[in-house]
Ligand binder design. Sequence first.
Ligand code: PLP
Length: 355
Amino acid sequence: MVNHRGPEFSDIVQECESHLRTLIGTKNAIMFFAGSGTGMMEAALVNALKAGDKALVLANGQFSERFAEIGVAMGIDIDSLEAPWGEEIDTNDVATRLAETDYRAVIGVHNESATGAVSNLAELGAVIRKTPAIFIVDSVSGLGGIEMQQDAWGVDLLISASQKALMCPPGIGLASVSDKAWALIDEDDGKQRFYWDFRKAKNAATKGQTAFTPPVTLLAGLREGLRMIDEEGIPNVLARHRRLGEALRAGGAALNLSIFTKAPILSDTVTVFNVPEGLHASAIVGNMYKEYGTVIAGARNKLDGTVFRFGTMGALDESDIILDLLHLERTLQDLQVPVEAGNAVAAANEYLRRG
Ligand code: PLP
């Protein structure tokens, strides 16, 4: 193991930071933590808010609701602006709430992994930046697969994690904080934080370090994932995610599968299909794995049974999508769903061949 206070590790951290700044679209320092996405969600709130502060959660899915739960556990005065799961939050409603109430923060999720809905961060950020509130965003399952322009869009506190489109195993959390958010974070006004204290992390980051012992080997892995993104080129990486997501959806449509998501921007890192009538998602997910060794997901929330989800993030190419669709078609046949053999692969292939 290399010494995490030594020069080799500092090179790794600095290279990760440099790649991430480009990927995130920010001039901010990038802070790394040993932690999962949920840890970073909590870290965001404990640094920006304290008990009694008012914050508005844009609640349209599992992970935005988790943000609200964390806030409530911390004694933050959380208001939820709700939209049905899978739909988008109306920016005009956010503007109205901000005009009515002095919120310290508006909290949202870039890519709702449970529903496949992508938030229009540019539009939301443009409204929030005109107010004193900061905009806190979770891009755990977006970053690296869906465009992020933190500074241009007015995202003040962005958190993410290593294990999704950044192509690294789980265990690294990261955060990027604007000057507007630092003004809140720097206030010593009774916030309860120690391990997650962004002030310590920022100080360590200036030396190419982390405040406490980092997951050294994972950061070496993250550097490799970020090098892969850099070599392919960010626009190409994003276009590949779009193309493969669309090909999967074209194949799904050929199997008469409908998409759960109603929001205008569909995720390119996760596609959520409704389960055909008469089936439970676990039958599809279980058969895909048992018979064909393909891992997809159901839902671990109120959608349990009714949707199944394909992750299309990171190092994947056309062959993954074609094979997934073949396995899906066979699975539906195994489960006695009437589908025309070959249609899904043909539809995806046709889409991929054209573009
Ligand atoms: N936010 C989003 C959008 C996620 O998809 C996830 C996990 O899937 C999390 C937060 C929580 O991350 P973790 O499971 O790493 O704690």
